[in-house]
Design a protein. Structure first.
Length: 132
C-alpha cells in the first residue's frame, strides 16, 4: 500500500536545551527516520536565544514580585523545517508523529537526536507566505 507523501513547512521549538546541543543545528541538516532515510530538511534557524527562568524578588515576597532572567544553562531554538508527511484520515503524520500544534517530535540527524515541539505548520511554504 503506497501512500502519498506531502511536503509541508513546520516550525519546531526546542526549549531549554543545552547550549552545546543548540550549536549543532545547521541549515541543510537532513532529518532521518529510524531506517536512516531522509524525511525532512532544516531550512532556516529562526531564533537561537537563552532560555528564561522565573526569579522571585526575595526582598518583596508579599507583592509576588517576580521577573524573567536569562538561563545560562539553556537555549531555546526555533527552526523551520520542510518535512515529508503522510495523510491518514485527514491527519498528517511525520515519522509516525501526528502533525498538530503542541505535539512533540524527535529530530534525528547524523549529528543529533533532539526533541522539539511543533509550534506552527502549513501545507504550503511558511517561508514563502511570510516573505522570507
Amino acid at each position: 500500500d503506497v501512500k502519498d507523501i506531502q511536503k509541508i513547512s513546520m516550525k519546531i521549538k526546542c526549549a531549554s536545551i543545552m547550549p552545546e546541543l543548540a550549536g549543532f543545528f545547521r541549515e541543510g541538516d537532513a532529518i532521518k527516520d529510524n531506517d536512516g532515510n531522509a524525511i525532512g530538511v532544516l531550512k532556516k534557524i529562526i531564533s537561537d536565544v537563552p532560555s528564561e527562568i522565573i526569579t522571585v524578588n526575595q526582598f518583596n515576597l508579599r507583592n509576588n514580585d517576580y521577573f524573567l532572567v536569562p538561563n545560562p544553562s539553556g537555549k531555546d531554538v526555533v527552526c523551520l523545517f520542510e518535512i515529508n508527511c503522510i495523510e491518514e484520515k485527514g491527519v498528517l503524520y511525520f515519522n509516525n508523529y501526528a502533525v498538530k500544534i503542541g505535539n512533540n517530535v524527535v529530530l534525528n540527524t547524523d549529528s543529533y537526536n533532539i526533541q522539539g515541539v511543533i509550534i506552527d505548520f502549513d501545507r504550503g511554504s511558511l517561508a514563502e507566505k511570510k516573505g522570507k
